[in-house]
Design a protein around this ligand. Structure first.
Ligand code: FAD
Ligand code: SIN
Length: 517
């Protein structure tokens, strides 16, 4: 049973089905609703072996991760991402090609080479559409849309499926081999985010409730350039724009990124996001400007970034002719459910893949476009592992401790949580704000266990928010995406380790050994 229809869930469903497994793929919206479908820049993979290598990709990943990456995960992704991109290409994903017919690769921040395969500025949509078409055709896949996983089923410590709310009615799905969480990220716990509405971190609380371990929760990536216009959503303006020459300026046209880092606009995301943040504080302004005009002629800019052009045009901005007002927004969660090189979690038969998982690949900061690569690589590895599993006979299992109530987690609570997190656990954090936020989130009034999908999301948001705030408070240093004004330096002597949570509380663990069962 797979929960979630993003890149990770879809590729896994296809692979397991082709191994002859019967797959139930449940997703809480329609099959096309996911962060994957919104991905713009592309998939990172060392595909041009004259200019690039898996080792260079591995090295860039570790540098971005600021000392907390799991090197085994980084090595696996660097080595296997090229095969996964070629596989997608064979399946029909319309990647942009050079005149010679090879993959056209672009550069994004903190990559030492151009290594991002893309389909204009809508790579995620191209991947999702291709995978969905194949998944829907496969006779071994049963797709359940509008089916929200509310609780995992566990028998004798082994995960055996989930209770879903399917079109409003409870439905128990028994899994005879694996149950897989591929539920994506939790950007919606922040008031300003590039993520779609479904990104409420459900997988984290589902996994925690059955005893799985979570790690690296304090590390949230803030994308530097999301549209910043009154009344408009914080729509992403791809980093590929800066990779291809776009510049960031203040409202008077001055480039300010070089004040903080010699790599300017192509410094790692956390550095650029903070440079913008400082600029906003200094000038008490609401946005800076992303100028795409240095990329080329107006037509060329509009052609290379057609979806961004169209979306900006809706707000009266012609990206070929005028700069875009932007500011940072929550974008990606590096933390998640601890999983090993095969996607296994600490609960037998429960797997976690994609953004909801924490393989350790990203450490304290994700290298751009490594997320889709991670989804594809680990989905493929998990399929191999699951393919080799024995399926025991079905037994009836209980949903211990599940006492549903129809109390509603009111929408205004969700907004208040998101405001709290944006203020206290956003681009810059400090002890006093995090203490206040963590205490208010711990004492938040919570109705009983959720019976409505919205309530499950409310509970999930609250759990993720509380654990992120508490982890950020514990980590008294600055590293990667986690910046503490009161501890502005990296402190390897105390913090070259991870904060790991389970249902009993947190512990500190060295990087190696995290994924032991
Ligand atoms: P998702 O694609 O988020 O899918 C999660 C699925 O789980 C959804 O279908 C959701 O409905 C479902 N779900 C969640 N909870 C439940 C539940 N309780 N029950 C049932 N179903 C549930 N990364 C890159 O590498 N390159 C990029 O260019 C890039 N661009 C991005 C642009 C944007 C605007 C955003 C938001 C992210 C971008 N990322 C990019 C990050 C990347 O898109 C995501 O990390 C990745 O797609 C996550 O894939 P996933 O399969 O783990 O989850
Ligand atoms: C982007 O296109 O800037 C997003 C890429 C990513 O999140 O990896």
């Amino acid at each position: 049973m797979i929960v979630g229809s993003g890149a990770a869930g879809l590729l896994l469903a296809l692979r397991c089905a082709s191994h002859g497994r019967s797959v139930v793929l449940a997703t809480k919206g329609t099959v096309g609703e996911s962060n994957t479908a919104w991905a713009q820049g592309g998939v990172a993979a060392a595909l041009d072996l004259e200019e690039d290598s898996a080792f260079a990709h591995f090295t860039d990943t570790l540098a971005a991760g600021a000392g907390l990456c799991d090197e085994r995960a980084a090595a696996v992704v660097a080595a296997e991402a090229p095969e996964r991109v070629e596989e997608l290409r064979r399946m029909g994903v319309p990647f942009d090609l050079t005149v010679g017919g090879g993959l056209e690769l672009t550069r994004e921040a903190a990559h030492s080479r151009a290594r991002v395969a893309h389909s204009a500025d809508a790579t995620g949509h191209a991947i999702a559409t291709t995978l969905i078409a194949r998944t829907l055709r496969h006779p071994h896949v049963t797709l359940l849309e509008r089916a929200t996983a509310m609780q995992l089923r566990v028998d004798g410590g082994v995960c055996r499926g989930a209770l879903l709310l399917s079109d409003g009615a409870p439905l128990i799905v028994s899994a005879r081999s694996a149950t897989v969480l591929a539920t994506g990220g939790c950007g919606r716990i922040f008031a300003r985010t590039t993520n779609p509405p479904a990104a409420t971190g459900d997988g984290l609380s589902l996994a925690l409730r059955v005893g799985a371990r979570l790690a690296d929760l304090e590390f949230v990536q803030f994308h530097p350039t999301a549209l910043a216009l009154e009344g408009a959503p914080a729509m992403l303006v791809s980093e590929a724009a800066r990779g291809e020459g776009a510049i960031l300026t203040d409202l008077c046209g001055r480039r300010f990124c070089f004040d903080e880092d010699p790599r300017g606009e192509l410094a790692p995301r956390d550095v650029v996001a903070r440079a913008i943040w400082h600029e906003l504080q200094k000038r008490s302004s609401h946005h800076v400007l992303l100028d795409m005009r240095p990329i080329g002629s107006p037509d060329m800019v509009r052609m290379r970034f057609p979806n961004i052009a169209e979306a900006c045009a809706r707000y009266g901005i012609d990206i070929g002719d005028a700069p875009i007002p932007v500011s940072p927004a929550a974008h990606y969660h590096m933390g998640g459910i601890v999983s090993d090189l095969w996607g296994r979690t600490s609960v037998p038969s429960l797997y976690a893949l994609g953004e909801c998982a924490c393989t350790g690949l990203h450490g304290a900061n994700r290298l751009a476009s490594n997320s889709l690569a991670e989804c594809l690589v680990f989905a493929s590895r998990a399929a191999e592992d699951i393919g080799a599993m024995q399926s025991p006979p079905e037994k009836s299992t209980s949903l211990a401790g599940y006492h549903p109530s129809d109390a509603i987690f009111a929408p205004e609570h969700r907004h208040a949580i998101a405001d709290t997190m944006w203020q206290a656990a956003g681009v810059e954090r400090d002890g006093p704000s995090l203490t206040t936020a963590a205490s208010s989130l711990s004492n938040w009034p919570t109705p009983g266990a959720p019976l409505a999908s919205e309530s499950l999301e409310g509970h999930a948001l609250l759990t993720a928010a509380r654990l992120i705030a508490e982890s950020a408070l514990l980590r008294e240093e600055s590293r990667g995406s986690h910046f503490r004004r009161d501890f502005p330096k990296r402190d390897d002597s105390r913090w070259q380790q991870r904060i790991v949570w389970d249902s009993k509380g947190h512990s500190l663990q060295p990087i190696a050994g995290l994924r032991e069962r």
